[in-house]
Design a protein around this ligand. Structure first.
Ligand code: NAD
Ligand code: GLY
Length: 351
């Protein structure tokens, strides 16, 4: 197990990563007034674990899935926190994937203006990305993550133990964020290329999770609240990914991120941000996980939702974080017309 420190101005956060991390929950939560948030799938699989490891704490079980990442679920959590008479020194444990983590983190940051939070991510995507760094959110009126806070959890406990029950499709979603991190960090990219046949091997996933967490912690320490622009790099592939996710709703976040990265790699080439060979290298890695690009109806309308992206600064402008060279990224701002036209042309060529 590795211990990774994430020190921001707001609050220090400690990430425990690797086999055996969950055993530390005993010590982390010792003497604490605990409240658990999870979803129905995770509860079904880990009811006994929850009873044994969270000391009989009250459990708020939410319906699973992105479509429930909304104000109704948020207020369900807050109502249950009030019923459980939580106080400012209570600890909310978010036990689940990124949806539970984002909503649990938001509730912890709002209740009494902030109580302690611990993230126990149970999906690969949540372990390599969403549980670390303190972004919390719900979706609202069709806009992804539009209501949220920056609120660091005191601990994040990433144990590969939980990945054993994860469907392969969900592992692929996590691999999407791992490949994204590889496009930002040359050492991680080298490791991914050397181990491309081990993407579904749990010992490899354990090792690469710690690498990704360490990389993300370094970025978040430098730009916790996405002010300087550095943290935006973690959004590579997400402008297009989020737009397609909101419009089509059929697949999960991680799959749309993979598709977003694929489409945006062609945009990077088209606008001379990235050389063809490097774009092909990234596409080869994406292809190890994403076997087929679906055919998208009304893609221009879907791409139009990128105008709601939080990175955009001007009206009718779409901001993209694109791969430039190994370990380097660049931000490209396109007019909506250029962006939508490019996505339409590229997706049409792939179908
Ligand atoms: P998710 O939370 O919906 O989990 C995916 C599915 O796996 C769900 O059905 C869930 O019930 C199930 N599941 C969870 N753990 C399981 C386990 N151990 N075994 C079997 N099934 C399990 O989705 P996700 O991919 O974990 O997270 C996606 C969310 O994360 C999106 O809402 C996205 O916006 C958010 N996100 C946030 C950040 C951030 O920095 N805060 C970063 C990336 C993504
Ligand atoms: N996943 C994007 C971020 O944490 O900033």
């Amino acid at each position: 197990m590795q211990t990774i420190a994430l020190n921001t101005k707001s609050r220090p956060s400690t990430v425990l990563c690797g086999a055996g991390a969950a055993k530390q929950l005993d010590t982390i939560l010792d003497g604490k007034d605990v409240f658990v948030v999870t979803d129905e799938n995770v509860y079904g699989l880990y009811k006994d674990f929850i009873a044994e490891n969270f000391g009989g704490a009250p459990v708020c079980v939410l319906p699973a899935g992105e479509r429930h990442k909304n104000r109704h679920s948020l207020f369900t959590i807050l109502d249950k926190m009030l019923q459980a008479r939580l106080r400012r020194n209570s600890t909310l444990v978010a036990f689940g994937g990124g949806v539970v983590g984002d909503m649990g983190g938001l509730a912890a940051s709002l209740y009494m203006r902030g109580i302690h939070a611990v993230q126990v991510p149970t999906t690969l995507l949540a372990q390599v990305d969403s549980s670390v760094g303190g972004k919390t959110a719900i979706d609202h009126r069709g806009v992804k993550n539009v209501i949220g806070t920056f609120y660091q959890p005191e601990y994040v406990v990433c144990d590969p133990l939980f990945l054993r029950t994860l469907p392969q499709r969900e592992l692929k979603c996590g691999l999407g964020e791992i490949i994204k991190t590889g496009a930002l960090d040359a050492k991680i990219l080298d490791k991914l290329e050397r181990n491309a046949e081990r993407f579904f091997d749990f010992s490899f996933l354990e090792e690469i999770t710690a690498d990704c967490v360490r990389f993300k912690a370094g970025v978040v320490e430098k730009d916790e609240c996405e002010r300087s622009g550095l943290r935006k790099c973690l959004n590579m592939g997400h402008t297009t990914g989020h737009a397609l996710e909101l419009f089509y709703k059929r697949r999960s976040h991680g799959e749309y991120v993979l598709i977003g990265m694929l489409l945006e790699s062609y945009i990077a080439e088209k606008f001379d941000i990235c050389a063809h060979d490097y774009a092909e290298e990234l596409r080869a890695l994406i292809g190890k996980v994403l076997k087929r690009v679906p055919r998208f109806e009304n893609i221009a309308e879907a791409a139009g939702l990128a105008l709601y992206d939080k990175k955009n600064q001007g009206e009718n402008e779409v901001s993209l974080i694109l791969p430039a060279k190994r370990g380097e990224f660049a931000e490209l701002r396109l007019t909506d017309e250029d962006y939508i036209g490019s996505v339409e042309e590229i997706a049409g060529g792939l179908a």
